[in-house]
Design a protein around this ligand. Structure first.
Ligand code: HPA
Ligand code: ZN
Length: 327
């Protein structure tokens, strides 16, 4: 074990966490019972046994099934509350939390129900834990741009509770260009913009996320390594990558953690950060991502640890005043 005390103790920001991916199997079953939702798994153990993923899609199928137990505002509150309590234990002092409203509105859950439950949990975490957090609405890229526009319309009354928009779900075959117009509209509305790109998809999707969607950060982005010109651009413009080591391992983006490329990204001057993505599904919350990564990649030093924590604050969407207080 290398540097575990430093990695655990250092204050950090988490910038890539899907709140539906923080739903633990125990909570899935508790909510299924509370809400009278039938699950295609006999018990918690059977559900956990299904968490053997071969790629992104094999994960997404189970992740959307798990989210089907969320019906009421209190369900969304309880889920976000549990994540924020767990994150505080990992010395996460700020979190920018993705949510997937289309997963819920497609089942007849109102946008208001989703946003109110999540937002109330963020407010309580500020008051009770001192953890700051904000919400980023993600569009599902396997659905149409028209569907994304309808979702933005439903979110319109709540835009004061949402700091930005993202793009997630099935990457390959759903390039950023598909969402050019809705992201342009989000820019006009003053929303921050991020997108998953270069997780399984090609480096070309990172270029188009930057040039077409005008994103400020790239979620994952590890395939940038395939394209030296893109690597130079990301370094020069200090565009942050929200890298998720245990996610990459569990979805077979890298065969082993020892082969993860985060050290190459950092050493090339890219603003990489470490994040948990879907911690209930991928085997660990934020500190577990740090400790397993540093245990597997011996070239990572305390200097890299400091850089990763620094990058997480620098890449966050908090006002400059708050950022200066942290750095
Ligand atoms: N990639 C794409 N979509 C997602 C992910 C991811 O890692 N997690 C939850 N939705
Ligand atoms: Zn993700």
């Amino acid at each position: 074990e290398r540097l575990p005390a430093l990695l655990a103790a250092m204050p950090k920001a988490e910038l890539h966490i899907h709140i539906e991916g923080s739903l633990e199997p125990e909570m899935i079953f508790a909510l299924a019972q509370r809400n009278g939702v039938a699950l295609p798994y006999a018990d918690v153990e059977a559900l956990r046994r299904a968490y053997a993923f071969t790629d992104l899609q094999s994960f997404l199928d189970i992740y959307y099934a798990g989210a089907s137990v969320l019906l009421y505002e209190q369900d969304f509150y309880d889920m976000a509350r549990a994540y924020l309590l767990r994150a505080a234990q990992d010395n996460v002092v700020h979190a920018e939390i993705f949510f997937d409203p289309q997963t819920h509105t497609a089942r007849g859950v109102a946008m208001e129900t989703v946003v109110n439950g999540l937002y109330r949990a963020t407010q309580d975490a500020q008051a009770e834990l001192g953890t700051s957090s904000s919400l980023i609405l993600c569009f599902l890229r396997h659905l149409s741009e028209e569907d994304a526009f309808a979702t933005l319309e439903q979110a319109q009354p709540f835009l004061d509770r949402i700091i930005g928009v993202g793009l997630d779900s099935s990457e390959v075959g759903n390039p950023p260009e598909k969402f050019a117009r809705v992201f342009a509209r989000c820019g006009e509305l003053g929303l921050h913009r991020v997108a998953h790109a270069g997780e399984e998809g090609p480096a070309a999707y990172i270029w188009s996320a930057l040039d077409v969607l005008k994103v400020e950060r790239i979620d994952h982005g590890v395939q940038a390594i395939q394209d030296p010109a893109l690597m130079r651009r990301l370094a020069e413009e200090r565009i942050a990558l929200t890298v998720c080591p245990l996610s990459n391992l569990k979805l077979c983006v890298f065969p082993e953690l020892a082969q993860h490329n985060i050290r190459q990204l950092l050493d090339a001057g890219l603003a990489a950060t470490v994040n948990s993505d879907d911690p209930a599904y991928f085997g660990g919350y934020l500190n577990q991502n740090f400790t397993e990564l540093f245990a597997a990649v011996p070239e990572l030093t305390s200097q890299h640890a400091w850089q990763l924590a620094h990058n997480s604050f620098a890449a966050s969407f908090v006002p400059d005043e708050q950022r200066r207080a942290w750095q």
